[in-house]
Ligand binder design. Structure first.
Ligand SMILES: Cc1ncc(C[n+]2csc(CCOP(=O)(O)OP(=O)(O)O)c2C)c(N)n1
Ligand SMILES: [Mg+2]
Length: 360
């Protein structure tokens, strides 16, 4: 097993592609249809466009606070490519490329970040939970979902994501402990982007890797180059196989980097060095996949231009569509939690309405 070869305690990291797009270890190169590889590239290009545009929209006051994904596209995409239509995807808030692959209409994502409740309404049959902002709280839910699927013998797997910061949350440990104990069909991906807002990775834990946290819970963990979409795919594919065969959960640490700010409300220059970002820019996951496809003769400069052009058009189309929706009102903040709103909230809502109307 691939996962057994990468002991997380030895700090070895699984990699398939180097930054020039060359295959480092030919025995690890996945056998993927050229159409699938090209779709992966298109998805990453589109994710980058949608992401960049979201930041611009926020600056123009057309979208709320937004967490940029730049640099983390492969870390969410590779795992999503390794699950099936009936498997669940449970995300946090920085998994744009993976969601596009799974089939979530990016219109929903723009609506969500525009504060519109419609953004959390996904079509029935799409096995994706809505965004989760309370850090780590999606993980016990993901374990419950996998446990349920196990009891019902559905044969499905639950892929969940969290950040490095989430590994400091109690929910992370409770979730992984339960998953290990009940051998649930979970695949946990930690997007270790080196920062939890301004808190660096080495202030989250004294453990040399995050993957090794799995050891304490009695299941395998593996550290993977998170900027290498093929490595992320390979590791997840194996983890999904284990889960489906009833062999229990796997933890995957995607070693990556958040190239942008934590959110549009943050200024990363205040707490991290420019050189660090420069180093990671050289490891851009999009550049790496492009180089691989070019080396294999599957992509040329002209096609690349066309794909970029199409992604830009698609992004503009989504912006227009999202802005056609009515803007959210203060009522939306209150409406969706209780069938019968408690009196305290009714009073707050009335007060907010008065304030909105210019009253006191
Ligand atoms: C329970 C909880 N505590 C604090 C916050 C504020 N907060 C939002 S994101 C974040 C850091 C998350 O870091 P990480 O898990 O590494 O994810 P990343 O933002 O790097 O993708 C914090 C502390 C929150 N949303 N939820
Ligand atoms: Mg982080």
């Amino acid at each position: 097993m691939l996962i057994d070869d990468y002991d997380p305690l030895k700090k070895r990291m699984l990699q398939v592609l180097d930054q020039e797009g060359k295959v480092v270890n030919p025995s690890l190169e996945p056998v993927l249809d050229p159409d699938v590889l090209m779709r992966a590239y298109r998805t990453m290009v589109l994710a980058r466009q949608i992401d960049d545009k979201a930041v611009i929209l926020q600056r123009q006051g057309r979208l709320g606070a937004y967490p940029p994904n730049r640099g983390q596209e492969a870390a969410s995409l590779g795992p999503a490519m390794a699950i099936g239509k009936d498997d669940w995807l449970v995300w946090a808030f920085r998994e744009l490329a993976g969601l596009l692959w799974k089939g979530l209409d990016p219109l929903r994502l723009y609506l969500y970040w525009m504060g519109n409740e419609e953004g959390s309404h996904y079509p029935p049959g799409l096995k994706v939970l809505p965004a989760v902002i309370p850090v780590g709280s999606q993980l016990p839910i993901a374990v419950g979902m996998a446990y349920a699927s196990m009891i019902r013998r559905e044969g499905t797997v639950t892929l969940s994501y969290c950040g490095d910061g989430a590994t400091s949350a109690g929910d992370f440990h409770e979730a992984l402990n339960s998953a290990g104990t009940f051998r649930t069909p979970n695949v946990f991906v930690i997007q270790n982007n080196q920062w939890a807002i301004s808190m660096p990775r080495n202030r989250q834990t004294a453990a040399p890797t995050l993957a090794q946290k799995a050891v304490a819970y009695g299941f395998p963990g593996i550290m993977v180059d998170g900027n290498d979409v093929l490595a992320m795919y390979m590791a997840t594919q194996e983890a999904v196989g284990r889960a489906r065969r009833g062999e229990g959960p796997t933890l995957i640490e995607a070693y990556t980097y958040r190239m942008g700010n934590h959110t549009t409300s943050d200024d990363a220059k205040k707490y991290r060095l420019e050189e660090e970002l420069k180093e990671w820019e050289k490891r851009d996951p999009l550049v790496r996949l492009k180089a691989y496809l070019m080396n294999r003769g599957m992509l040329d400069e002209r096609q690349e231009e066309t794909i970029l052009g199409e992604a830009k058009e698609e992004t503009e189309r989504i912006v227009v569509e999202a802005e056609r929706f009515p803007r959210p009102t203060v009522d939306d903040v209150f409406k969706h939690t209780y069938a019968q709103m408690p009196r305290t909230l009714t009073e707050q809502l009335e007060r907010c309405r008065r304030l909105e109307g210019g009253g006191r």
